[in-house]
Design a protein around this ligand. Structure first.
Ligand SMILES: NC(=O)C1=CN([C@@H]2O[C@H](COP(=O)(O)OP(=O)(O)OC[C@H]3O[C@@H](n4cnc5c(N)ncnc54)[C@H](OP(=O)(O)O)[C@@H]3O)[C@@H](O)[C@H]2O)[C@@H](O)CC1
Ligand SMILES: [K+]
Length: 573
C-alpha cells in the first residue's frame, strides 16, 4: 500500500503570493533554482550530460536561470533557450539571468539540434500562467515533449508543468508532459486533480526553508490518513454487532439490482454491524447468495428499519416511486448519502432540493457523491465547466445544497459547506469501471453507520477507495479489467492497516523544538534520530516522516534525492 500518511497543505496562486510577500526578504529564487539543480543532477541520465533548459519571461524563468548556473558549475553541458526579453524580466529573474551570464552562460533563441539530451527542464511558466499557451511558447512545449520521448530522457517541470493551471489542474493550451515536477514552497491543488496527475509525473516538494502554514493558512489540503486517524479506534472487547450500526442502502430498480449488492457488500466489509438493502425491483431476489449476511427488504420496510445511516441512489432509476421514496428518506433524521440516480432526481425535482436543504436546518448530515456529469446536472451547467474548476464546482455544490460534497474523478475533491476542501491523492484509472461508485457509497455509509462524522467518513472512504484500487493493481489485478467488486476486500485490508495517529509525529516536534531552544546537541541528535527517515542532515529545516508512520512495504522512496547543501530534501507524494 502506498497510502499517504500525512495530509499536506495546498495553496492556490493568490494564497502563495501572500507567502511570497511575507518571505520577500529571503532568497527564494536562489533556493528554488538550487533545489531544482539538485533534483536535476539526480535525474540526469548521464553525469555531466547535455541538459536542455527552457526559460520563460517571468520568475519561473528566473528559477530556470539559477538551476542552469548550478548545473553548469557541476559540469553539465547546459543549453538554455530563453523566450522573452531580458529587459522585461522581473527583478529577481533579471538578477538570476545576470548571474548566469556573468558565470559564462548564454541564452539561445532556439533549441540546438545536435545534443542527445540527458534531461530537459521546463521553466517557461509557473503559477503566473495567465492564458492558454500558444504561438512560439506552444511550439517550444510541443518540441520539449517530443524530444523527451525521442531521447528517452526525463522532463523536469519547475513548480508546475507549463500549460497546467496550478489552481485548477486544467490544461491551458499546449502543456508540458513532465516525468517529474519539483514544486516550490508548498503543493498546489492543480497538481493533484484534473489533468494535473497526468502531466506532473512524480512530484517533489521543496519547501525553500519556509514553513508555509506559519505564513498563511492553506487554501486546501491533500487527504492523508491523519485527517481521520482519530476515528480509527481499536474495537473494544465488550461489543456486539449492534455496537457498529445499521447501514441501509436504497436503490436497485429493475435490471440494476447489482449496484445495491455492491454497495451492501462494501458496507458490510467496511465494518457496519448490520447491512439492510431496500430493493425497488419487485422481482429482485430475496438473498444475495454471495453475501448472505446482507438483509434484503422492500424499500418501505427498509425506511421503517432502525437505521444508523442510509445511502440512496445505486441503481435507483428515476421513477415516481423512486422519487417518493427519496423524499421519505430525506425526512429521516439520520446521515443520508445521495449518489447516482438519487443525484439525478435531486437535480430535477425542486421539492427534493428543498427537502435536502431543510435537512441542514435540522442539523441532519447530507452527503452528495457525484461524478462530474452528475455534478453538472446538479449545478445546471455542463461537464466541461465542472472539470475546468473541480474544486470550485465541489464548493458550489456544498454551499448550494448545504451538504458535504464529493466530486469524483482524477484527484477527487471533498468539499464542506463551510468552505473547507480536500484533494485525494490515492486512486488509479483502473477505477474507471462500472460499480466503483456504488462500492464507494457502501464504504461511506458503513463508516457513517459506525458513528463517524460525515466529513471524516468521506475523507476516509475516498482515500481508502483509491488506495484499494492501487493495491489491487499492484497485486496484478488490473489496471485493465479490474472490477468494482474486487476493490472491496482491498478496501477492507487498507482500513485495517490504516495507521492511527502516531505517537512520534506528535511528540517529535515538541522534543525537537525544545532541543533547539536548549541548544543541546545531544537532545538535537536524539530528536533527529527519532523523527527523520532517513536521518537528514538539513534538520530541522526539512519536513520529516516519522519512521513508525512509513507505509509498510512501500517501494516508493520517501526521499528521492538528498541535496548536497542539506536543503529541501523531501518528498511526500
Ligand atoms: N515570487 C517568488 O517569491 C518566487 C517565485 N518563484 C517562481 O516564480 C513563479 C511565478 O513567477 P511569475 O509570477 O513571474 O509567473 P510565471 O509563471 O513565471 O509567468 C509569468 C510570466 O509569463 C507571462 N505569461 C503568462 N501566461 C502566458 C502565456 N500563456 N503566454 C505567454 N506569456 C505568458 C506573463 O506575461 P504577462 O501575462 O504579464 O503578459 C509573465 O511575464 C513560480 O511559479 C515559481 O516558479 C520561485 O522562485 C519561488 C519564489
Ligand atoms: K514550469
Amino acid at each position: 500500500m502506498t497510502t499517504p500518511i500525512r495530509s499536506e497543505p495546498l495553496y492556490r496562486a493568490a494564497d502563495l503570493r501572500r507567502i511570497e510577500a511575507a518571505a520577500a526578504a529571503q532568497p527564494l529564487m536562489q533556493r528554488a533554482g538550487e533545489a531544482a539543480a539538485d533534483l536535476a543532477t539526480s535525474l540526469s541520465r548521464f553525469e555531466g550530460g547535455a541538459v536542455l533548459i527552457l526559460a520563460g519571461p517571468g520568475n519561473n524563468g528566473g528559477d530556470a536561470f539559477v538551476a542552469a548556473r548550478h548545473l553548469r558549475q557541476r559540469g553539465f553541458a547546459v543549453s538554455v533557450v530563453f523566450l522573452g526579453e531580458i529587459s522585461r524580466l522581473p527583478e529577481d529573474a533579471a538578477a538570476a539571468y545576470r548571474d548566469f551570464d556573468d558565470d559564462g552562460g548564454s541564452a539561445l533563441e532556439a533549441i540546438p539540434s545536435g545534443p542527445r539530451w540527458s534531461l530537459i527542464v521546463d521553466g517557461l511558466f509557473g503559477i503566473g500562467l495567465q492564458r492558454p499557451v500558444s504561438g512560439p511558447f506552444a511550439a517550444m512545449v510541443t518540441a520539449a515533449n517530443a524530444l523527451a520521448l525521442r531521447h528517452h530522457c526525463p522532463l523536469l517541470a519547475l513548480d508546475c508543468p507549463s500549460g497546467l493551471d496550478a489552481d485548477t489542474g486544467r490544461r491551458c493550451g499546449e502543456t508540458i508532459r513532465a516525468s517529474h515536477t519539483i514544486t516550490f514552497i508548498a503543493g498546489k491543488p492543480g497538481l493533484f486533480t484534473g489533468d494535473g496527475p497526468e502531466y506532473c509525473g512524480s512530484i517533489t516538494h521543496a519547501a525553500l526553508d519556509l514553513h508555509a502554514e506559519r505564513l498563511a493558512p492553506p487554501s486546501a489540503r491533500t487527504i492523508g490518513s491523519d485527517l481521520f486517524a482519530a476515528w480509527l479506534r481499536p474495537r473494544a472487547k465488550n461489543t456486539h454487532k449492534g455496537s457498529f450500526g445499521n447501514a441501509g442502502v436504497l436503490g436497485g430498480a429493475s435490471s440494476m439490482v447489482g449496484a445495491v449488492f455492491l454497495a451492501g457488500r462494501a458496507a458490510l466489509k467496511l465494518g457496519s454491524g448490520r447491512v439492510y438493502l431496500g430493493l425497488i425491483d419487485a422481482r429482485a431476489p430475496a438473498l444475495d447468495p454471495l453475501q448472505p449476511e446482507l438483509m434484503l427488504r422492500r424499500p418501505e420496510a427498509l425506511l421503517a428499519t432502525a437505521l444508523s445511516a442510509l445511502a440512496c441512489g445505486p441503481g435507483m432509476g428515476g421513477s415516481d416511486e423512486a422519487c417518493e421514496l427519496l423524499l421519505r428518506a430525506c425526512a429521516l433524521e439520520l446521515p443520508l448519502l445521495l449518489d447516482a440516480d438519487a443525484l439525478n432526481m435531486l437535480a430535477r425535482e425542486a421539492r427534493l432540493q428543498e427537502a435536502v436543504r431543510a435537512r441542514a436546518h435540522r442539523g441532519a448530515v447530507t452527503l452528495l457523491t457525484p461524478h462530474p456529469t452528475e455534478a453538472a446536472r446538479l449545478l445546471a451547467g455542463d461537464t466541461a465547466q465542472v472539470q475546468a474548476d473541480r474544486a470550485g464546482a465541489a464548493l458550489e455544490l456544498a454551499s448550494r445544497y448545504r451538504a458535504l460534497a464529493v466530486l469524483k474523478g482524477c484527484g477527487t475533491i471533498v468539499a464542506a459547506p463551510d468552505g473547507r476542501w480536500f484533494v485525494n491523492t490515492t486512486g488509479h484509472p483502473a477505477l474507471a469501471t462500472a460499480g466503483t461508485g456504488d462500492v464507494l457509497s457502501g464504504m461511506i455509509v458503513a463508516l457513517l453507520a459506525q458513528g463517524w462524522p460525515g466529513l471524516e467518513a468521506l475523507l476516509a472512504a475516498v482515500h481508502l477507495h483509491g488506495a484499494a484500487a492501487e493495491e489491487r493493481v499492484a497485486s496484478g489485478c488490473g489496471p485493465v479489467g479490474l472490477t468494482a467488486g474486487e476493490i472491496i476486500d482491498s478496501a477492507r485490508l487498507c482500513l485495517n492497516h490504516c495507521p492511527p495517529v502516531s505517537q512520534p509525529l506528535d511528540c517529535a516536534w515538541p522534543l525537537a523544538r525544545r532541543a533547539r531552544l536548549l541548544r543541546s546537541a545531544w537532545l538535537v541528535r536524539v530528536a533527529r534520530r527519532f523523527a527523520c527517515t532517513p536521518p537528514c542532515s538539513s534538520w530541522p529545516r526539512c519536513s520529516f516522516l516519522p519512521r513508525s508512520t512509513r507505509p509498510p512495504n512501500t517501494s516508493a522512496p520517501i526521499s528521492p534525492y538528498r541535496c548536497s547543501s542539506g536543503r529541501a530534501t523531501w518528498c511526500t507524494w
